[in-house]
Design a protein around this ligand. Sequence first.
Ligand SMILES: Cc1cc2nc3c(=O)[nH]c(=O)nc-3n(C[C@H](O)[C@H](O)[C@H](O)COP(=O)(O)OP(=O)(O)OC[C@H]3O[C@@H](n4cnc5c(N)ncnc54)[C@H](O)[C@@H]3O)c2cc1C
Length: 640
Amino acid sequence: MAGNFFKDNADLQFYMDKGIDWAPLVDAVERGRFGAEDGFKDTAEAVGFYRDVAEMFGEFVANEVAPHREALDREGVRFDAGNVELGPTGEQIFKKVKQLDLHGLVVPRELGGMNAPMMLHLFNSEMFARGDVSLMTHHGFHGGMAAAMLFYSVAEGSTEFDPETLQIKATRWQAQIQEIAAGKAWASMDLTEPNAGSDLAQVRTKALLGDDGVWRISGQKIFITSGHARWHFVIARTEDEAEKPGLEGLSMFLVEAFRPKRGKQKEYFATFERVEEKLGHHASPTVAISYDNTPGELIGERGQGFKLMLLLMNNARIALAFESLGVLESAHRMAAEYAAERPSMGKTIDRHEMIADYLDEMRTDIQGLRALGVYASIHEELAQRYDIAANVLAANDEVESQRYRRLSGRHKAKARRVTPLAKAFGSERAVFHAQRCIQIHGGVGYTKEYGAEKLLRDAMVLPIYEGTTQIQALMAMKDSLMGIMKDPAAFLSRLAQWRWRSVSARDPLERRVAKLKSLSLSAQQHLMQRTATDKLKGLAGKPITAWPKAFTQSWDPKRDFAFAMLHAERLLWLLTDEAIAGILLEQAQQFPERRELLERWLERAEPRARMHHDQIHTTGDRILAKLAEAEADTADRATA
Ligand SMILES: Cc1cc2nc3c(=O)[nH]c(=O)nc-3n(C[C@H](O)[C@H](O)[C@H](O)COP(=O)(O)OP(=O)(O)OC[C@H]3O[C@@H](n4cnc5c(N)ncnc54)[C@H](O)[C@@H]3O)c2cc1C
């Protein structure tokens, strides 16, 4: 009997069948048009269709992708005289993906896609990553890129809708979207440069506006996934650095790297310089590209590049949580299967206490991460779709448009809180458990025989790309402390409420979740107090009349947040543990069978959270003193 990565996964099926409230999402995706000729009768019919697609995809990956992992890893990608091609196995698999018409899953019907929600695409991505994560990476982004083209066009007002049906009549990058949906072209996101990775303010690629009204881009981008694509979102500097330094001076462009000609011939507008040789992800091309006066189309307005990029990044970071889930599922199943067969000291190794504990932790982390990823995905998608609705309605119905804007804002805030957590937690746990998977295999884990070593090689990039774990930690820390600064009274009231619930809630599980939340809030309070104290110390030499302004306005993130930055990763894990506990509590209140999962989660999360809380309260001063000394030394040398 053929395998099926959807049917063998009870947790995935839980979300498809009852864990997700599909009604608002389907309504937003279908733009309220039930009963149309090419649409669905109602929500139930739409979800039935999503289920069929997931089942079909689960079978496809289990049978047409997973068995070829070793070949995909061995064949890698071919690079010949500036031309990049996938290996023969990868090519074959994508031919089948194209036959199944799955490239345009999230693209609207009127543009040649299936009009499915991003949530379904992410479930498929998880299954694809379980089959082979490197090939999934190459495939995963493209639907999202096509969706971003549409989103950007709607935001800048270059998409025309039928006001009655809300069907798209025309959109600026229609041809590109249709090409991607048909599987005839790829797209990529070009941010990184040799001296600009985490610090995008250092981007040096330039775009100049010619007298002919055409923007031309020059510079080098490196490490670009699917960088051999025809269509590239490129971040480039358009503004004078003296006037608009750093991120403010960046704009976003859509750039055509080549145009197909007869047969396999192409006319190139950019140069594919090389394909990186990497530790893992061998079937995914990672390309260095140079642009030399390459024409590009400005997206949105000048100086909006970083803001626009965040939309792509948010989607990509949530997608990365699902990519990590695929690796984790693979590691868990591979390890569990081996452990159930391998005897040692009179029993199979899965009966040995420590190994049983490892496997249980893997299972718990997978389910916790999926809960967080689904939550992030649904809120992000609703925010984006409501934003589109607000833009479309702005001209004709201001009241309705404002209602959608408010709805979008609410969902955006929820998605924003958990996106860095899902990205960081998923990627770090994928590495951790892929290594455990090798350990459970013992010596053969270190050989190529079972594929455990490939999993770890593939996993190790996850905490690096789409913003490193450290960058996610800084973002989460900044958001939570800024939130407190904006409204300290609301923060204190939240703290008091959770503390009260931790002793008064009737359900013991709710009390434990409340305690976890209190622990996280207490750590945030400590970070805030330390940050404020350090800032006050800095005011010592200034006249007292300057204090209020200096305290409330002139915050220098590098100087004033040092203590919080030191502990940002610990805070990130605290926030993750409490966020997942909160989501699982809601599930447990609605579906009693999920209580067991919440208990498992809390058993792991509580001691971890206490450790991070204690570290935040008791450590850090020694390192900060050392760093301050180094800074003073550098300053002395500069003035000497
Ligand atoms: C296989 C692969 C695929 C990729 N695909 C793409 C792609 O499609 N598009 C694209 O644009 N890029 C892509 N990248 C690039 C990737 O996004 C960058 O490598 C990543 O953002 C890190 O940048 P960097 O390599 O310059 O490292 P650096 O920014 O130099 O960071 C090095 C280390 O320093 C840490 N660090 C940096 N700043 C701070 C700070 N303020 N506080 C604490 N720690 C800090 C980082 O977390 C990291 O641990 C890809 C990379 C790889 C390996």
